[in-house]
Ligand binder design. Structure first.
Ligand code: CA
Length: 232
């Protein structure tokens, strides 16, 4: 039983949060490794190769973003960042460095477990895997070969740019993609109007997919950060 458990590394210097996260994860059948400092976390990471990392950004020795930088050089393991509301900019740079998701403190048990499950799923769909020719979530289907999108079997008429954005998000399903990451992919470079342009395109995409404002079927809007394609 023991060795088919997912191994999750928690790097967090606040012992009450560390204990809280550890208790929840262990109670839900995960094997937990812990570290209270960044350097120690990197050591545990490279010796145990966990399936997922839950990472605090504000660590006493090195910034959590340094952990992401070094861990990403070794593997594509999913990383969920724990951030305080005062660390908005750090959160965005953590995502840009390759963190998969973030949870804002304080958070609850259900939210933590949902994010952990989603990140473990996205870890299984590694970028090295053979690219699928279709993507499906709920009643939305993207056919990459034909560049065609349907909702409940009916074709959705997207512009080239709209299609490219949706396809890009779907190739990183479950992961929050920052404005900067999407803009780099779609337009190559960023200027003053880029975020606005992206938001306008996303609004059109959502309308064409039949989503009302505030409806987060298919794609969630991570305010001030980016967008996430759902995977269930
Ligand atoms: Ca901290």
């Amino acid at each position: 039983m023991g060795n088919n458990k997912y191994k999750i590394l928690i790097v967090e210097d606040d012992r009450s949060i560390l204990g809280f996260v550890q208790t929840i994860l262990e109670a839900n059948g995960y094997q937990v490794l812990t570290a209270e400092r960044c350097a120690q976390g990197l050591l545990v990471f490279s010796s145990h190769i966990p399936d997922l990392v839950v990472l605090d950004l504000g660590l006493p020795d090195l910034d959590g973003t340094e952990f992401i930088r070094q861990a990403r050089a070794l593997s594509a393991v999913p990383i969920i960042v724990l951030s305080a509301r005062t660390e908005e900019a750090d959160k965005v740079s953590a995502l840009d460095l390759g963190a998969n998701d973030y949870i804002t403190k304080p958070f609850g048990t259900a939210e933590l477990l949902a994010r952990v499950r989603a990140a473990l799923r996205s870890g299984r769909l590694s970028p090295q895997a053979t690219p699928a020719s279709r993507f499906t979530v709920d009643d939305l289907v993207i056919d990459y070969d034909r560049r065609q999108v349907t909702v409940a079997g009916s074709p959705v008429h997207l512009t080239q740019t709209e299609y490219n954005i949706l396809a890009f998000l779907s190739q990183h399903t479950g992961k929050v993609m920052t404005y900067a990451a999407i803009i780099r992919e779609i337009w190559g470079s960023m200027d003053d109007g880029s975020v606005k342009k992206l938001q306008v395109n996303m609004a059109n995409i959502r309308k064409k997919l039949g989503c009302r404002p505030g409806d987060s079927r298919y794609v969630t809007n991570e305010l001030g950060v980016g967008y996430r394609m759902l995977d269930e």
